[in-house]
Design a binder for this molecule. Structure first.
Ligand code: PMP
Ligand code: GLN
Length: 381
């Protein structure tokens, strides 16, 4: 068997969802909304499914969706993107990440990763033969230490992989931090692979800035988005990559051996969705911010130390003094088995030597579900 995959457990999200089901727990572990996204987008998918065609669409994605992705880049970030050569549709951001890493990272290349990191990053980099170089952001504000980041870059650095806005920390990187990353990419002639699936789930007047928009980054950056997150349709698994043609070419070669293409009716509907007006995008982040506030207030009242949350679906918190256990894994076990609420241990987002004092709750749930979870926690604690 391949050494990369032996000893790797099933992802923490699947594990926690299975445990939640087995124990009848409220599932605040895996990140997914419990209400499906806009009915007009789903209707567009249903119409396209019935009308067809339902045959292989072009490998890079249907022209309408590639055009819509290019339009969205201009509309939200002022980025000029050629839909013919600089956009590719994938089966979710996960596939996009695999394609980008397999295309851009060769055996022996170093890849700078910011930790905590989304769980597929390390296995993908290792599978490509890359050497992960991890740099930590530290709570409570998950700030990026300039010296540590500088020390991680070297002549061996092929790429930096950055998740902004960031899961699980709910951090939006500051302009200063992004400029630091960009300056190091320029200095060491490195690529940037930007996982920006939470680009539209940003709260309280924070703004998402793609690293690609910074000086000198356009030609060395690939930017990944996910319709699952932007339209609360996580099961659809439609993602998109934007990047310069010279990088998209090898990335498309990786894609052709991974999935080759993505279901056409979903692509059609996502193209429609991306063109929705500002009230949709504003409403999405306002709704989520209200849910965050509801859950954060409830958790704080119960004694959790809730960390700042400026984006994403997630709240991270400390649980010291609540009697849930010593480590985050113990705390999550206690919560799912005895309190009937599933969360995720933040240590699952580290390669090694993880801090063990934080757990993650997903708040993109109906108010009644949030209240039920809080009531269960209150009854237990
Ligand atoms: N990146 C991050 C940071 C995520 O949290 C997720 C999870 N949903 C993904 C990528 C994967 O997105 P998709 O479901 O579109 O594959
Ligand atoms: N991104 C989701 C999370 O962080 C999980 C997606 C998955 O289960 N692969 O919870």
């Amino acid at each position: 068997t391949n050494p990369v995959f032996t000893g790797i457990a099933t992802t923490v999200f699947e594990t926690m969802s299975r445990l939640a089901m087995a124990h009848g727990a409220v599932n605040l572990g895996q990140g997914f909304p419990d209400v499906d996204g806009p009915v007009d987008i789903r209707q567009a998918a249903a119409d396209a499914l019935l009308q067809g065609p339902n045959q292989y669409p072009p490998m890079l994605g249907i022209p309408d969706l590639r055009q819509a992705v290019a339009e969205a880049n201009r509309r939200f970030y002022g980025l000029e993107v050629d839909p013919q050569t600089e956009v590719m549709v994938t089966s979710g951001a996960t596939e996009a990440l695999a394609d980008c890493i397999f295309a851009l990272v060769s055996p022996g290349d170093e890849v700078v990763l910011i930790e905590p990191l989304y769980d597929c990053y390390l296995p993908l980099v290792k599978q490509a033969g890359g050497i992960p170089v991890r740099v930590r952001v530290t709570p409570p504000n998950w700030s990026l230490d300039a010296e540590a980041l500088k020390a991680a870059f070297s002549d061996k650095t092929k790429a930096v992989l950055i998740n902004n806005p960031m899961n699980p920390t709910a951090k939006v990187f500051s302009d200063k931090e992004l400029e630091l990353v960009a300056s190091l990419c320029r200095q060491y002639d490195a690529y940037a692979i930007c996982d920006e699936v939470y680009e539209h789930l940003v709260f309280d007047g924070h703004r998402h800035t793609p690293l690609m928009a910074l000086d000198g980054m356009r030609e060395r950056t690939v930017r990944i988005g996910s319709a699952g997150k932007t339209f609360s349709l996580t099961g659809w698994k439609v993602g998109y990559v934007t990047g310069p043609a010279a990088l998209m070419d090898p990335i498309a070669k990786a894609h052709q051996w991974v999935t080759f293409t993505t279901p056409p009716h979903l692509q059609k509907a996502v193209a429609y969705g991306l063109r929705k007006d500002d009230s949709y995008y504003d409403g999405l982040s306002q709704d989520l911010a209200a849910k965050r506030d509801r859950m954060a207030a409830g958790l704080a009242a119960l004694g959790f130390s809730v960390l700042p949350c400026n984006a994403t679906y997630f709240l991270t918190c400390g649980f010291e003094g609540l009697g849930l256990g010593r480590t985050d894994v113990e705390a999550c076990e206690t919560l799912v088995t005895a309190a009937g609420v599933a969360a995720v241990p933040v240590s699952a987002f580290y390669g090694s030597d993880a801090p063990e004092g934080y757990i993650r709750f997903c708040f993109c749930k109906q108010d009644a579900v949030i209240d039920e979870a809080l009531a269960r926690l209150s009854a237990f604690l």
